[in-house]
Design a protein around this ligand. Structure first.
Ligand code: UDP
Length: 253
């Protein structure tokens, strides 16, 4: 079979040229990295779960009229997306304090914020994705003022959608990161939610117990990441047909 052309290999996904111009195939790997790739491991089944969860969230967003790059899932590890120009920003929305904002501002993890707070980080691994302000974004031309207005409203709509979906299954959406892409339709450009939405890029806490169901399980060595992501998929009713194999074979007498 002819090999597809690889466009880009990231930490958790590989991108291949899609079957038609303007399309890309996103392949979800099992690789997990944290702390700017200083900590890394292979977590069997993570890619399958993230592929299915990202499909679920992107499709849901599409259904409420939030544009995304998602076209369709192709198989257990791959999805077809519209190719777009990624704006070099990580758009972070926070509902509760955790992670870097807790450290930066000395707020206890789990404190509810007075309102959702949107932050922007400049996407540059070598610099460790530094926090930037709209001043930097405008001055360096990463996005226009109109883009920033659109990005803010997209981010807040995604927040409302994801918060509601999660709340319905007993999970608190603490924070998340999205990436935004530009799609060109003739002379016009539109902004779409791109990349992925999965427990790799969200903080998800069980409302009853506070159990972490996201990548902090890996970052902070809190147990099985596959178990945590499987729990999210199970509650949302999107378990893959062939769930990842359990860690160890069991002996049958
Ligand atoms: N996040 C992400 N990719 C990054 C940085 C952050 O997906 O490169 C997500 C992270 O999983 C969390 C949210 O964005 O859900 C806020 O992360 P934070 O700034 O607290 O950074 P961290 O504590 O993860 O370093």
């Amino acid at each position: 079979m002819a090999r597809r052309k690889k466009i880009y290999e990231g930490k958790a996904k590989t991108l291949f040229e899609g079957p038609e111009p303007g399309t890309i195939v996103q392949y979800f790997k099992d690789d997990a990295t944290a702390f700017n790739a200083e900590k890394r491991d292979v977590i069997e089944g993570k890619g399958v779960l993230n592929n299915i969860l990202s499909e679920f969230f992107m499709q849901g967003l599409g259904q409420i009229g939030v544009p995304t790059h998602f076209l369709k899932r192709l198989n257990m590890r791959e999805q077809l997306v519209r190719s777009c120009e990624i704006i070099p920003l990580e758009v972070i929305v926070r509902n509760y304090a955790a992670g870097s904002i807790s450290k930066r501002l000395g707020i206890d993890e789990g404190t509810q914020l007075p309102r959702p707070i949107v932050e922007y980080c400049y996407k540059d691994d070598a610099l460790g994705d530094p926090l930037v302000t709209e001043e930097h974004i405008a001055a360096f031309g990463w996005a226009s003022q109109q883009d920033m207005d659109d990005i803010l409203s997209l981010a807040l709509r995604v927040n409302d959608f994801l918060s509601g979906v999660m709340l319905a299954v007993g999970i608190r959406l603490v924070d998340f990161k999205i990436e935004i892409g530009r799609v060109y339709d003739g002379d016009f450009q539109r902004l779409v939610v791109a990349d992925e939405i999965s427990p790799d890029s969200c903080r998800l806490w069980d409302i009853e117990t506070g159990r972490k169901l996201d990548k902090d399980v890996f970052r902070r060595d809190l147990g099985s990441l596959t178990d945590a992501y499987t729990e999210v998929a199970r509650r949302l009713g999107v378990m893959p047909n062939n769930p990842p194999a359990p860690g160890k074979p069991t002996l049958v007498n």
